[in-house]
Write a protein that binds this ligand. Structure first.
Ligand code: ADP
Length: 377
C-alpha cells in the first residue's frame, strides 16, 4: 500500500507539543516530509534550547507514522528552528493552499561553507529528465573552463554521481570527524552513494535526509572551490524545499524536457526556488530534439522549443538546449560524461557554454580565465 503525505500529516497531527499545547502539524513544526517506497522521513523544527527535552516527542512522532499501513521505516529528526531573518520577524501566513509544513520549510536557514565560493543547485520538476546528466556535465564544463569545482550529490534517495563520474570506493577521514571528498576528472565529489551501495534500498534510520545533507556539506574537507554543483533530488515537494533552504545557494538551474515544460513541472521548480529567495539562473532544455545518427534527420519528439518560450514567459533565462543523443547517454551512464571524454563533441561545447554563462551569472566575471602571465626577469 502506498503511503501518502496526507496520511503522514494526519498521523503527526495526533502528536501534541507538550509545552505549547497544540499538535505539531498545526504549529507548523513538521517539514521536509519525504516518502520513498514506504520509507518515510521528516523533520520537526524546534527551538535549539528545547532540542534535548523534545526527544520523547520525536520518538512518539516516529511511532505514530510507523503505525501507518505500508510504512517500512520512519526517521524523524529534530532540526533547530532558524530565527526569522530581516523584516519578516512575525510569522507569515502560509500561502493559500499550502499546508503548515510547507510554511515551516520556507524559513531560510543558511550559512556559507568555508572555502567554497558559489553553490548552485541543479533541479528538476520530476525524475528522469536528465538532471544528473546535466549536473555532471555542467560541473565538468565549469572545470574545463578553469574553475575549481565540487559536486554534492544531494539526491540521497537515488544518488547517481558515483556512477556518472566514474567514482567508486569510500571516502576517508583523516581526523575521524570530517570526510575527505572523492575525486575524479579534477573535481571533488561527495555522495551518499559512496557510503551506501547504489543498489541498496535506502532506509533512513538515525541521521536522516536533512542531517545527511548538512554533514555532506559541512563535515567534508571541501578545500578551496570556486563553485559547487548540487544535484538536487527530483521534484518540488517539501523535501526539496527544505533542502533548498538548508544549502546556502547562489542560484538554481532548472533542467527540463520539452514535455515536462508542457506539464508545468518546470514551473513548479522555479516557484519553489523563488519561495526560498534563491535566484533561478535559468532553464536548460534536455532531450530537446533528436538527431538521427543514420540519416542525420532532426526529429523533435517532444515538441522542441518549449523551454525557450517558457523561460521567456517566466522571466528567466533560457540557458541552452541539449539533444537526445546516444553518446550523451552512453558516456554519462558509463562514468565518462561527454564533456570530459569527448571535449571536441559539439554537445561538450554546449555544456561548456552553459557552464560559462552560469559562472558569469553567479560571479559577475567571465569563466574563461586569461592565460597566466609569463614574467621574464
Ligand atoms: P534524472 O537525474 O533527471 O533522474 P538522469 O540524468 O539520471 O536523470 O538521466 C536519466 C537517463 O537518461 C540516463 O540513462 C541518462 O544517461 C539519460 N539521458 C539524460 N540526458 C540525456 C540526453 N540528453 N540524451 C540521451 N540520454 C540522456
Amino acid at each position: 500500500m502506498k503511503v501518502t503525505e496526507k496520511q503522514v500529516l494526519d498521523a503527526l497531527a495526533t502528536i501534541a507539543d507538550p509545552e505549547r499545547g497544540a499538535d505539531i502539524v498545526s504549529l507548523g513544526m513538521v517539514s521536509g516530509i519525504a516518502i520513498r517506497d514506504g520509507n518515510v522521513a521528516f523533520a520537526i523544527e524546534v527551538e535549539p534550547e528545547r532540542g534535548q527535552r523534545l526527544e520523547p516527542l520525536r520518538k512518539s512522532a516516529e511511532r505514530a507514522v510507523d503505525a501507518l499501513p505500508g510504512v517500512l521505516s520512519v526517521t524523524a529528526v529534530l532540526t533547530a528552528q532558524a530565527a526569522p531573518r530581516g523584516r519578516a520577524a512575525a510569522p507569515q501566513p502560509p500561502p493559500r493552499g499550502a499546508h503548515p509544513a510547507a510554511h515551516a520549510a520556507a524559513r531560510p536557514q543558511r550559512g556559507a561553507i568555508a572555502g567554497v565560493g558559489a553553490i548552485i543547485a541543479v533541479a528538476s520538476g520530476k525524475g528522469g529528465v536528465g538532471k544528473s546528466t546535466v549536473a555532471a556535465n555542467l560541473a565538468l564544463g565549469l572545470k574545463a573552463n578553469g574553475l575549481r569545482v565540487g559536486v554534492l550529490d544531494a539526491d540521497i534517495y537515488g544518488p547517481s554521481m558515483p556512477r556518472m563520474l566514474g567514482i567508486s570506493g569510500r571516502p576517508r577521514s583523516r581526523d575521524g570527524k570530517t570526510l575527505q571528498p572523492m575525486e575524479n576528472f579534477g573535481i571533488e565529489v561527495m555522495s551518499m552513494g559512496f557510503l551506501v551501495p547504489e543498489d541498496t534500498p535506502m532506509i533512513w534510520r538515525g541521521p536522516m535526509v536533512m542531517s545527511a545533507l548538512q554533514q555532506m556539506l559541512r563535515e567534508v574537507e571541501w578545500g578551496e572551490l570556486d563553485i559547487m554543483v548540487v544535484d538536487m533530488p527530483p521534484g518540488t515537494g517539501d523535501a526539496q524545499l527544505t533542502m533548498a533552504q538548508q544549502v546556502p545557494l547562489a542560484g538554481a538551474v532548472i533542467v527540463s524536457t520539452p514535455q515536462d515544460i508542457a506539464l508545468l513541472d518546470a514551473r513548479k521548480g522555479l516557484n519553489m526556488f523563488r519561495k526560498v529567495d534563491v535566484p533561478v539562473l535559468g532553464i536548460i532544455e534536455n532531450m530537446s530534439y533528436f538527431l538521427c545518427p543514420h540519416c542525420g534527420g532532426r526529429s523533435e519528439i517532444f515538441s522542441h522549443g518549449g523551454a525557450r518560450r517558457e523561460a521567456q514567459q517566466l522571466g528567466t533565462e533560457f540557458l541552452g538546449e541539449v539533444p537526445l543523443d546516444l553518446a550523451i547517454r552512453e558516456t554519462s551512464d558509463s562514468g565518462r560524461p561527454i564533456t570530459i571524454s569527448d571535449p571536441d563533441n559539439p554537445y561538450a561545447a554546449v555544456f561548456r557554454q552553459i557552464a560559462a554563462r552560469v559562472w558569469e551569472k553567479v560571479s559577475g566575471e567571465s569563466a574563461l580565465r586569461p592565460p597566466p602571465r609569463i614574467v621574464i626577469e
